[in-house]
Structures are given as structure tokens and as C-alpha cells.
Ligand binder design. Structure first.
Ligand SMILES: Cc1cc2nc3c(=O)[nH]c(=O)nc-3n(C[C@H](O)[C@H](O)[C@H](O)COP(=O)(O)O)c2cc1C
Length: 371
């Protein structure tokens, strides 16, 4: 199976990457970013322009924001969703546009767990969305522990409830395939449902889904297995994790390495290495590239491709991460909001060749190969 070493030339930011049958034209991906711009989970013109312009901007992989597999698994009422077939059509249009620009369309599939029914960040008023304001109850988690004292007390998922979530991830995967996605990323980070099963801080169950490492990872492994059964062999499956909770007694990097090994055996191709979000108040030493060492260690020790993400903002920084084998891909979020053409600008800085939409070629002259 293609792995981190399956590259055609010495790795650098503009070297292509083959993952199963999917070829990424370079190592730059658009990190999933909630847009809080949907009505009833539907994508619309905003998503077309937001995602489409980053494909025009030269990114190799354009991932949607966290897309809810169940309506109750949305973070906010305005989240993107894929819990019904009607939501496929507009996504298919967006993905066709992304592909026409030479980028690969992908989706992040998610369930918000105990962070569901909260307000989009720019909304004024209460953080928790009341039912009369479009919020919903109950919300679900491994254990009946609210994220913070002001948040909703979630209902602990029973076994049929866990089965329903696993099936919802598989159903959404089938819809993503129909829409034309070529990469799926499971969101198991930032304190949302699947991460909250992994972390002993939020999972205090005493059944086979809580307690030991084997038990806390069970829900995620079941989701992966169910998705792999419907997601074609030819397409890669990614998992985003919080490599550490940054809290003593929480999920940590050693467990992340062990998890990555297990996931690899279940057909996961790449681990996207983020961190934090399990509990409020964690002290996170954020700074340029602060999560890169997680991607590096998981790549080395679990022998699986990784994404480095978090405060990667320059061409040189991104190129160095790839050249030194710390990760196979870099994902950028906020820098892509500042500069949708980050990849085109980076190619110019690093004097690399890149495909430019003919409509824009006059603004991005390419180096003359004869000089
Ligand atoms: C506006 C915004 C929305 C985000 N939404 C998501 C999301 O839907 N799923 C996710 O896994 N991370 C999300 N994140 C986190 C980013 O994907 C990324 O991991 C984080 O911002 C660090 O990268 P950066 O320093 O390049 O912004 C979001 C970040 C931003 C800024």
C-alpha cells in the first residue's frame, strides 16, 4: 500500500504525492475550516467560492469544513451537513469545480458530541444555543460530563446510540463518494465526539467503550472500519487527531502513536496531527509550527503518512517541514484565509513550477525553464 516513502522525487513542497490512486500535485492542503454559513446543513455559493478560490490558488487538496454526519452532531445550527441525500447535489457542483482546477476535493466528516448546539463565534448572545433559537437537545457524549460548567450536560450514548453514530459516518461516506469527494478525513480531534471517547478526561465509561486504551479507541476503530467498508480502496482515508490534550492524565503522544499503528492496520492512510480541545483551560504553547513534532514522531514511529498543521505561514517553513521528513503534507487554515493564493505565491518564492489557471497567468509569470 502506498506509504510515506512512495514519492517520485526527493520530497519538497512542490513534489507530488501519490496516496492510493489519488495524486496530489503538491504538499499543500486547505485545512478544514467551519464557515457557519449553511442552512439545514446545505452547502451554497459561499462554499463554492471559499473552497473554489483555494483550488484556483494552487492548493493540492481542498477539504471541506467539519461536516456533520447527523443533524444532532453539528457544532452550530449553521454547520455544513451530509446526513441526507439532498445535501449531495450542491457539494457535487463544488467538487467538480475544485477538480477542474487540478486540486483534489475532500471532506472532513464529524460529530460534535458534547460541543454540539453552540453558537457560531461571531454571534452575539449565549454560547449555548437555546432550542427556540435553533439549538437542540439532547446532545450526546461518552459520559454525561459537560465541556465546561456553563455548557449543556450531554446524554451518555448507549450501545444502540453508538451504533447509530457509526452507521451515520458510513452513510455520510457513501454520500461523499456520490458527491465526488476523493479524500475523507474523520474528525477525531478538538474535543468533538470521537476525541471525547479517546480522552480519559471526557470518557469515564465502565463498559467496553471506556477505561483501557483498547476500550477508549473502540468507537473510532468501529467508525473507521464501517467507513472503509463503503469508501473505495482506491481513495485515501485520513484521521485528524489531537495528538495531545496538553493536560496531565489526558490523551497524549504515546497513545497517539499506538492509535496510529492500529488505524494503519484498518486501512487509514494518513494521520492529521492537531492538538487540544478536550477540556477548557489547557496550557498550549502555541507558536510557529508548534504541532509539527507530533506529525514527525507519529510518522517515524507508526510508519504512516502525516499532516503537519498549526501556525504554518510561510513557503520556506512549509518546504522545510517536507524536506526534513517531518510530515508528508502541510495543512494551512488561517494563512489560507489571508491569502487564498498561498500555493501560487509560495511557488514563486521557491521558484517551483505550478499550474496556474489560464485566466490568471499574466499575474503569475512562471520561471523560464531554459534559464
Ligand atoms: C475559521 C476556522 C475554522 C476551523 N474549523 C475547523 C474544522 O471545521 N475542523 C477542524 O478540524 N479544524 C478546524 N479549524 C482548525 C484548523 O483546521 C487548523 O487546524 C488550525 O486553525 C491551525 O492551523 P492554522 O494555524 O494554519 O490556522 C478551524 C480553524 C479556523 C481558523
Amino acid at each position: 500500500m502506498p506509504g510515506p516513502s512512495n514519492i517520485e522525487e526527493p520530497a519538497h513542497l512542490f513534489a507530488p504525492l501519490q496516496l492510493r490512486d489519488v495524486r496530489l500535485r503538491n504538499r499543500i492542503g486547505v485545512s478544514p475550516m467551519c464557515q457557519y454559513s449553511s442552512v439545514d446543513g446545505f452547502s451554497n455559493d459561499w462554499h463554492l467560492v471559499h473552497l473554489g478560490s483555494r483550488a484556483v490558488g494552487g492548493a493540492a487538496l481542498v477539504l471541506t469544513e467539519a461536516t456533520a454526519v447527523l443533524a444532532e452532531g453539528r457544532i452550530s445550527p449553521e454547520d455544513l451537513g451530509l446526513w441526507k441525500d439532498e445535501q449531495i447535489e450542491m457539494l457535487a457542483r463544488i467538487f467538480r469545480f475544485i477538480e477542474a482546477q487540478g486540486a483534489v476535493p475532500g471532506m472532513q466528516l464529524a460529530h460534535a458530541g458534547r460541543k454540539a448546539s453552540t453558537a457560531a463565534p461571531w454571534k452575539t448572545g449565549e454560547h449555548v444555543v437555546a432550542e427556540r433559537e435553533g439549538g437542540w437537545r439532547p446532545i450526546f457524549a461518552p459520559s454525561p460530563l459537560p465541556f465546561s460548567p456553563d455548557d449543556i450536560v450531554p446524554e451518555a450514548l448507549d450501545h444502540p446510540g453508538i451504533k447509530r453514530v457509526v452507521e451515520a459516518f458510513a452513510d455520510a461516506t457513501r454520500r461523499a463518494l456520490e458527491a465526488g469527494a476523493k479524500v475523507i478525513e474523520i474528525h477525531s480531534a478538538h474535543g468533538y465526539l470521537l476525541h471525547s471517547f479517546l480522552s480519559p478526561l471526557s470518557n469515564q465509561r465502565t463498559d467496553e467503550y471506556g477505561g483501557s486504551f483498547e476500550n477508549r479507541t473502540r468507537a473510532l476503530r468501529e467508525v473507521v472500519a464501517a467507513m472503509r467498508a463503503v469508501w473505495p480502496e482506491r481513495f485515501p482515508l485520513f484521521v485528524r487527531i489531537s495528538a495531545t490534550d496538553w493536560v496531565e492524565g489526558g490523551w497524549d503522544l504515546d497513545q497517539s502513536v499506538a492509535l496510529a499503528q492500529q488505524l494503519k492496520n484498518l486501512g487509514v492512510d494518513l494521520i492529521d496531527c492537531s492538538s487540544g480541545g478536550a477540556v477548557p483551560g489547557a496550557k498550549i504553547p502555541a507558536g510557529p509550527g508548534y504541532q509539527v513534532p507530533f506529525a514527525e514522531r507519529i510518522r517515524q514511529e507508526a510508519g504512516i503518512a502525516t499532516v503537519a498543521v498549526g501556525m504554518i505561514t510561510t513557503a520556506e517553513q512549509a518546504d522545510q517541514i517536507i524536506r526534513t521528513g517531518q510530515a508528508d503534507l502541510v495543512f494551512l487554515a488561517r494563512e489560507f484565509l489571508r491569502d487564498p493564493y498561498f500555493a501560487l505565491h509560495s511557488a514563486a518564492r521557491l521558484k517551483a513550477e505550478i499550474q496556474i489557471a489560464p485566466q490568471y497567468q499574466r499575474a503569475f509569470p512562471q520561471p523560464d525553464p531554459k534559464k
